[in-house]
Design a protein around this ligand. Structure first.
Ligand SMILES: Cc1ncc(COP(=O)(O)O)c(C=O)c1O
Length: 419
């Protein structure tokens, strides 16, 4: 491994490169990337099977069996027989693509059925479908806000929320993570402007929930509406799967509820649910909706089936939370920090040391554990980590095997560093 530059540079250093031609980066980036080949080789791994608890990675040496703690398939629905069957039937009936923007020809009866199922599930008047969580977030925020408006967000917010606000020229104001008094200060400071508070319900790199019980009343006291991004929490938490808003009892104070199909639904796409008055407008001004081909019918049918399976009873969620608690407490007993996680996203926090992060990623994969390395700038430089995603489909034996690998590979390195 030629990792001479590993502690010195990160991707942030090459946002501007030594190049006069924007199509090609400068030699500085190309040289650094070549030096870091063993690190870059860890990203964009190819799975040779589905995102199940035990899957296979395609490697140069062939297929490697691994325990998977990386996929967002929180309820195991990506491979649920009813979900797969629904998609197969839609594929046979409608073919592969929607072949048109929703405004012109991309909607089918399946899309309309899903909109209506989602609206009833979310207990809202209307739901709008997007092709991805990222596109939906950018689309809905840029549809609502204009230059001079203020988007107020938590400092840990996902990049797509930030980019939505930047795209429409709104002023972006970040409050300290989960700090209700800082939110109050920012709303007060921007009094007189049109403001909206956009909150991520469950933080994807830290695994902690937004403190909705404190934050939402502050926004409402200022007369400001709340938009909640439930990307990682919808279906996965709440007695009926209605996400963190249901879990923390704030549904009535959330104006717009946003969720993705890419996590617990085990698919792709997103939805926004809210009042007719709000969505009738956003539908025409969200460019990522209007000017993009609609979701494929087979995806739509799979998402609808996933919604049905996940809301039939609470079994999958109970198993998910039980598995998350099991993994988290076993990691603690190994002396490993899981940071502020209180959900099914369980970070394995290493601290500083990029070299350690990537060396351990290689060793874990060699030992058969597939877990995602998370580097700066996704997390602070002194909080580098692995992000373990638990699912309801993991058995205790999957988790025990993963823990044994972590005990053999990670624990000795952390102990040696502490000495
Ligand atoms: C909070 C949040 N919102 C939106 C997205 C984007 O969703 P998608 O991956 O479906 O594009 C993500 C992705 O992980 C996310 O964490």
């Amino acid at each position: 491994m030629n990792l001479q530059d590993i502690e010195k540079y990160d991707l942030g250093d090459f946002y501007h490169t030594d190049s006069d031609n924007p199509v090609y980066p400068g030699a500085d980036f190309t040289t650094w990337k070549a030096n870091m080949a063993s690190v870059f080789g860890l990203f964009e791994p190819s799975l040779a099977a589905g995102p199940a608890p035990r899957t296979q990675l395609a490697t140069r040496a062939g297929k490697q069996s691994v325990i998977n703690l990386t996929s967002y398939n929180y309820l195991g629905l990506a491979q649920h027989p009813e979900v797969v069957q629904a998609s197969i039937e839609a594929l046979k009936a409608f073919g592969t693509g929607a072949c048109g923007s929703p405004m012109l020809s991309g909607m089918t009866v399946l899309h309309r059925e899903l909109e209506s199922s989602l609206a009833s599930f979310a207990q809202r008047e209307q739901a709008l479908l997007f092709n991805s969580g990222n596109a939906g977030a950018i689309g809905m925020i840029s549809a609502m806000l204009r230059r001079g408006d203020v988007a107020v967000m938590d400092e840990h917010s996902h990049i797509c929320l930030i980019e939505g606000a930047k795209l429409c020229g709104a002023k972006l104001q970040m409050f300290a993570h989960n700090d209700a008094s800082d939110l109050d200060r920012i709303l007060e400071k921007n009094k007189g402007c049109r403001r909206v508070v956009i909150i991520e319900a469950l933080y994807s790199m830290h695994g902690d929930f937004a403190d909705l019980a404190s934050l939402v009343p502050v926004a409402r006291n200022h007369g400001v509406d709340v938009v909640l991004d439930e990307a990682h929490s919808i279906l996965a938490v709440g007695a009926n799967g209605r996400g963190a808003a249901e879990l923390y009892g704030v549904e009535g104070d959330v104006a717009l509820s946003y969720g993705t199909f890419s996590k617990a639904f085990g698919n792709i796409g997103a939805y926004l649910a809210g009042a007719d008055e709000a969505l009738d407008y956003i539908r025409f001004y969200a460019n990522t909706y209007v000017f993009s081909v609609a979701l494929p019918p087979a995806v739509v049918a799979g998402v609808k089936a996933a919604l049905e399976v996940a809301t039939r009873d609470n079994d999958l969620r109970v198993r998910l939370h039980d598995n998350a608690d099991y993994l988290r407490s076993a990691l603690h007993s190994l002396g490993i920090s899981t940071g502020s996680s209180n959900s099914h996203i369980v970070p394995i926090v290493l601290g500083s040391g990029r070299r350690l992060l990537y060396e351990l990623t290689h060793e874990l994969r060699e030992q058969g554990l597939f877990v995602a390395p998370v580097d700066y700038p996704s997390v602070p430089e002194d909080q580098l980590r692995f992000r373990a995603c638990v699912t309801s489909a993991h058995t205790k034996s999957d988790l025990d095997d993963a823990l044994n690998i972590i005990e053999d590979v990670v624990v000795p390195r952390l102990r040696a560093r502490a000495c």
